[in-house]
Design a protein. Structure first.
Length: 204
């Protein structure tokens, strides 16, 4: 019930309606994936989209009326530098080169950050891994980093952090010429929702 009150408001008939600001970030999930996919394609990588995300429609800045599956350049995930492919194929986005994973992205609008680390643990530690979060989850991320287990996986398995609006603003400015590494740990000028992030940090 506590989580429900954070993410939704009660309406007539005993139903609950998702709050607009939460719905906006959920909608941006496919937008962020489409942007990252197009950046990867422009750099010559093959593209794999997570099985759950494949049916999502691109949206927002990246809207072309396509499903995310239409952005994929490989039909089956067949890579040499990962184990437990049935788990790896659920990673949100993978950039591939010569049957080897080069970079992965986990876009966490509202879901657990820990699950992203678990999926990424099936990939060689040297591979670049990016967790992409809404700005308002910054405080939650900081709380997670106080956990020795989370911190160890994040730092030792080559994870980096990118924020939604930083990526979106860079896309507006530079389109596919974005250098992902220049966005790491960069903050946008957008005012953060402190209250929401502090409450979220207690939930996950």
């Amino acid at each position: 019930m506590d989580a429900l009150k954070i993410y939704a408001r009660q309406v007539a008939g005993g139903y609950w309606l998702l709050k607009p600001e939460i719905q906006q970030r959920i909608n941006q999930h496919s937008e962020i994936l489409a942007i990252l996919t197009m950046i990867g394609k422009s750099q010559g990588y093959d593209i794999w989209i997570g099985k759950r995300e494949q049916l999502e429609k691109d949206s927002g800045l990246a809207a072309q009326g396509k499903t995310l599956a239409e952005y994929m350049t490989v039909k089956y995930l067949n890579v040499e530098n990962a184990t437990n492919l049935d788990v790896v194929e659920n990673i949100d986005l993978i950039w591939i080169e010569n049957k080897k994973i080069k970079t992965i992205f986990e876009v966490e609008s509202t879901t657990s950050m820990t699950s992203a680390l678990l999926r990424g643990s099936n990939i060689d530690k040297s591979i670049d891994k990016f967790m992409v979060l809404p700005e308002e989850r910054e405080e939650q991320f900081k709380r997670k980093m106080t956990s020795p287990l989370f911190k160890e996986h994040f730092e030792n398995e080559n994870w980096r952090l990118i924020y939604f609006d930083v990526l979106r603003n860079a896309y507006i400015k530079d389109k596919y010429r974005i250098c992902i590494y220049e966005l790491v740990n960069t903050k946008s000028n957008k005012e953060k929702n402190k209250g929401l992030s502090n409450i979220q940090g207690k939930l996950f």
